[in-house]
Every structure is written in structure tokens, then in C-alpha cells.
Write a protein that binds this ligand. Structure first.
Ligand SMILES: Cc1cc2nc3c(=O)[nH]c(=O)nc-3n(C[C@H](O)[C@H](O)[C@H](O)COP(=O)(O)OP(=O)(O)OC[C@H]3O[C@@H](n4cnc5c(N)ncnc54)[C@H](O)[C@@H]3O)c2cc1C
Length: 302
């Protein structure tokens, strides 16, 4: 980012913007270099203004949710990273059971909010450490459920202002909000609308505890990671293939194939993005050599 552009952003956002900011603490992987600037945005107008500025000055930008599905390069990001501030963490319920949630709210808070009101909605995502916006873009799923199935609409902001996508404009596939692809790089999701139904808070609470136990038993939650690294290929599981290929425990630098769950690549301490990328290629090559299956990363690499 050139000095002139940095000056324009600093003038508008003053101390809220951090220049040359390490992205490590903002990702669950704890990996990555610095962003030219990191900025928590608080209004739709701010987002729209920034997107227009980015377009006008050819400035690269990215929106980051909770950084739980991201691998950031060691060179960092030459551009602006936006995060949704507290203004985008509100939740409201309309009379027809539609939950209106700011895209920056964490899934955990959203699920607990629903539970306390006896509303069943996305409790199957308990333990997924993402935001509502990130979950929509990734069509986050677990235990046979996917957020796309209960999404009734999204609000988004682009350089022109606020827009809505209704249910009939939303298409999802495995870990993908398909028609978001045309908005990627031009818009930010600011709100999600989710269909809830009457549930029993106690039962939802028990289900969440069960899920948390399952995750603790099966996933390497004590080591930084970005969840399942590869998408499951049709009819199979990436973890099963990686395990069967004998790759559990395989290590490059500080990056390792978890012994606990083979589809989790973990940061054992000081892993560089380069370590993870090299390990990723080894896993892909070995699984392809042994089983003829090409594994695709689920993790977004920036
Ligand atoms: C321990 C662990 C367990 C996990 N388990 C699961 C699981 O069971 N199921 C599952 O599906 N995932 C799982 N994940 C992966 C991850 O948590 C999900 O993909 C989550 O939905 C990502 O949300 P996020 O806010 O962290 O998004 P980020 O990682 O910050 O971003 C992911 C993508 O979404 C985009 N994005 C984020 N917010 C917005 C927005 N407001 N508008 C537009 N684009 C946006 C980003 O630009 C990026 O492309 C797991 C991760 C971890 C670390």
C-alpha cells in the first residue's frame, strides 16, 4: 500500500487502523506475515467507502471473519484487511422465527443466544470457531447439517451501498456458497437471516455438550489449526485417505499432520506458511499416488 493511500485511510479512521499489522494473532493457525493495514469497520457506510476507495486505487483487500479457515502467507498481505467490528454482532428475532444476525457474531454466541430462547437453528455447528459471515461463505457444516440449509437471505455491502440476496438467489454446495463467487472481492456480508424453529433450550444445551465432547476427543484442539484442511472427496473422507496413506505424524518444519485427526494440519509452535504448503503438497501427492484421489484444500489461502 503506498504512503498516499495509507494517509487517506489514516485520516478517516485515525487510531482504529493498524498499519503493518501481524496477522498471526488473528488466525486460528497462528501463521502468517503482516498486512499493510488492518481495520475493524463499524458501519455499512465505512465498508462502502473503503470498497470504493479500493476500486479507485486498485488496492487489494480482504474481509476476515474469525480467521478460523485461513492460511496467511509468510509474506503477509499487501493490502487492507477488514474485520467486522462490534456493530456487526447484533442479533434480533422477527415474528416468523427468522433470526437476523450481524455477520461478525461468533457462531458460539449465536447458538447460545438461540438456546436461551428455546430456538433450534444451527446448534450442529457448536464448536466451529467462526463468525456467521464466514460460516455463510464457507457453507459451514457438521453432523449432517449445513448453514446453507437454514439461510433465508444475506445482506451485503458493496461500493454502491447495501443489497439483499433472498433465499431464491442463494445456492450452496459442499463447503461453498456458490453464488457468492460473483461477489467475492467486491462485497462484504454484513448480516445473515436464519430460519429457526421452536426447540427446547435444555435439549439444545445437552446436544452442544455432546458435540463439544466429541470434538475434544476427535480433534487436536490444543494445537493451532484451521479445522479440516482438505475437503472430503465425494463418497470418502480426506482424513481416512491421509491416515491410510500412512501420513499421520508427517512433519515439515513446524507443520504436522495431526496424530489425532489426519485431516488436521497443526502448527506445532513456529510453523511458517511455507511449511504448511510443503506438507500440503506432500499429502496431496502421496494420497494421489496411493489412491488416485486429488485432495483439494478447504482452507482459504491468502
Ligand atoms: C478447530 C476447528 C474446527 C472446525 N470445524 C469445522 C466444522 O466442523 N465444519 C466447518 O464447516 N468448518 C469448520 N472449521 C472451519 C471454520 O471454522 C469455518 O469455515 C468457519 O465458518 C470460518 O469462519 P470465519 O469467520 O473464521 O471465516 P474466516 O476464516 O475468517 O474466512 C473464511 C472465508 O470467508 C470469508 N469471509 C469471512 N467473513 C466474511 C464476510 N462477512 N463477508 C464476506 N466474506 C467473508 C473470508 O474472506 C474467507 O474467504 C473449523 C475450524 C477449526 C479451527
Amino acid at each position: 500500500m503506498d504512503g498516499k493511500l495509507a494517509g487517506i485511510i489514516e485520516q478517516k479512521f485515525a487510531s482504529r487502523v493498524q498499519f503493518d499489522c501481524s496477522l498471526k494473532p488473528y488466525t486460528s493457525f497462528g501463521i502468517g506475515g503482516n498486512a499493510s493495514a488492518l481495520l475493524p469497520v463499524e458501519t455499512q457506510d465505512e465498508i462502502s467507502w473503503l470498497l470504493s476507495l479500493a476500486k479507485e486505487h486498485d488496492l487489494a483487500w480482504q474481509i476476515m471473519g474469525m480467521g478460523s479457515n485461513l492460511l496467511v502467507s509468510d509474506e503477509g498481505f499487501d493490502g487492507l484487511i477488514m474485520k467486522l467490528g462490534t456493530a456487526f454482532q447484533q442479533i434480533a428475532l422477527s415474528s416468523d422465527g427468522i433470526i437476523e444476525a450481524g455477520a461478525g457474531i461468533s457462531l458460539t454466541k449465536l447458538i447460545k443466544w438461540c438456546q436461551s430462547r428455546d430456538l433450534s437453528c444451527i446448534e450442529f455447528l457448536f464448536g466451529v470457531p467462526g463468525s456467521a459471515g464466514g460460516a455463510a461463505v464457507m457453507n459451514a457444516g457438521a453432523f449432517g447439517g449445513e448453514i446453507g440449509a437454514v439461510l433465508k437471505g444475506v445482506e451485503l455491502v458493496d461500493g454502491q451501498g447495501v443489497r439483499h440476496l433472498e433465499k431464491d438467489e442463494l445456492e450452496f454446495s459442499y463447503r461453498c456458497f456458490d453464488n457468492w463467487q460473483r461477489f467475492r472481492g467486491v462485497a462484504v456480508i454484513t448480516k445473515v437471516f436464519l430460519q429457526s424453529r421452536q426447540g427446547d433450550g435444555e435439549e439444545i444445551g445437552r446436544r452442544c455438550i455432546e458435540i463439544a465432547r466429541w470434538r475434544k476427543a476427535k480433534q487436536p484442539l490444543g494445537q493451532p489449526n484451521a479445522g479440516s484442511f482438505f475437503k472430503n472427496p465425494p463418497g470418502d473422507s480426506a482424513g481416512r485417505l491421509i491416515d491410510a496413506a500412512g501420513l499421520k505424524g508427517r512433519q515439515v518444519g513446524g507443520a504436522k499432520v495431526s496424530e489425532k485427526h489426519a485431516n488436521f494440519l497443526v502448527n506445532t509452535g513456529e510453523a511458517a506458511c511455507g511449511d504448511v504448503m510443503e506438507l500440503m503438497k506432500i499429502v496431496q501427492a502421496e494420497v494421489y499416488r496411493q489412491f488416485g484421489v486429488q485432495l483439494e484444500p478447504e482452507v482459504q489461502i491468502i
